[in-house]
Design a protein around this ligand. Structure first.
Ligand SMILES: Nc1ncnc2c1ncn2[C@@H]1O[C@H](COP(=O)(O)OP(=O)(O)OP(=O)(O)O)[C@@H](O)[C@H]1O
Length: 269
């Protein structure tokens, strides 16, 4: 590929040997008259971590919410384009919202456990989706989700205490356990560690590395070291466009655009 001019976007998909998870084509989104996403096209790969990076207000969270149709809840939003999972257009409302949100879980910036016990935080959604029946099955699932989220040893003796009684980092792992309990294909994470201390952040980063063996993870982060540590692929957003997309190693060692380079090295102004 020839080197682009300064400022020119490079939006091709990176060469990848991975199965496709989500295919996005010509996705645009308007909040009223203001266009927040401009013709985005991207392939997101299964069982990898993809980081979405870029300056504040460039559309990362808006894009993330397009992947589980959370933008539908916002009044005045108009969306065009294709968001396809397993050959089905998610954005075209061909997939039931409840079914979609089971397959695409979300973890937010601020841990948000339900005002319920630790146990119920995990067991509630699988029960609603009829994934578990008997109490023994629920117990097993709660333990498995908490183990997978690296929280079991810390909470096994207090499962009936409120989720909100845990520390911030533990609450975030509880939210991850809740997300994985319904066995989604994809987990969306919107700045999952930005409210956490460095030790809790490192724990969640290790967890992401383990969880990608089972799930596709797409995470928004402002932390470039984190993107470099945890992500297999990185997409650089700029003014509502995906400006550059590549495997993380290449993106960080040899970015194709000056804008991505400036952003990654902290010179973006
Ligand atoms: N609910 C909303 N209503 C109207 N405009 C919105 C809404 N949410 C986001 N926007 C606008 O859409 C644009 C993209 O915002 P978005 O939050 O997706 O960016 P971001 O890259 O995630 O930013 P940050 O890194 O600061 O979280 C911004 O101009 C923002 O003001």
């Amino acid at each position: 590929m020839s080197q682009p001019q300064a400022g020119q976007p490079v939006t091709r998909n990176p060469d990848a040997n991975h199965e496709l998870s989500i295919r996005v084509r010509d996705l645009s989104l308007w909040y009223g008259d203001s266009q927040a996403l401009k013709n985005l096209s991207i392939d997101l790969y299964q069982k990898n971590v993809t980081a979405l990076i870029g300056p504040s207000g460039c559309g990362k969270s808006t894009f993330l919410r397009c992947l589980n149709r959370m933008n539908d809840l916002i009044p005045g939003v108009r969306i065009e384009g294709l968001v396809e999972m397993d050959g089905r257009d998610v954005n075209g409302r061909k997939m039931d919202e409840v079914a979609l949100r089971r397959r695409v879980g979300m973890v937010f910036q601020k841990p948000n456990p339900f005002p319920k016990s630790i146990y119920e935080n995990i067991a509630y959604a699988p029960r609603m989706h009829d994934l578990v029946g008997r109490k023994a099955e629920q117990d097993e699932l709660v333990e498995r989700a908490l183990r997978d989220a690296g929280l079991w040893e810390e909470v096994k003796d207090k499962l009936h205490q409120p989720g909100t009684s845990l520390s911030g980092g533990q609450q975030q792992r509880l939210c991850i356990a809740r997300a994985i309990a319904v066995q989604p294909d994809v987990i969306l994470m919107d700045e999952p560690t930005s409210a956490l201390d460095p030790i809790s952040t490192a724990t969640i980063e290790d967890l992401m590395d383990k969880l990608k063996k089972q799930f596709t993870i797409i995470t928004v982060t402002h932390n470039m070291q984190q993107a470099a540590r945890v992500a297999d692929y990185t997409a650089f957003f700029h003014l509502g466009e995906i400006f550059e997309y590549n495997d993380t190693k290449t993106m960080f060692s040899n970015p194709a655009t000056k804008k991505a380079e400036d952003y990654i090295t902290g010179r973006y102004g």
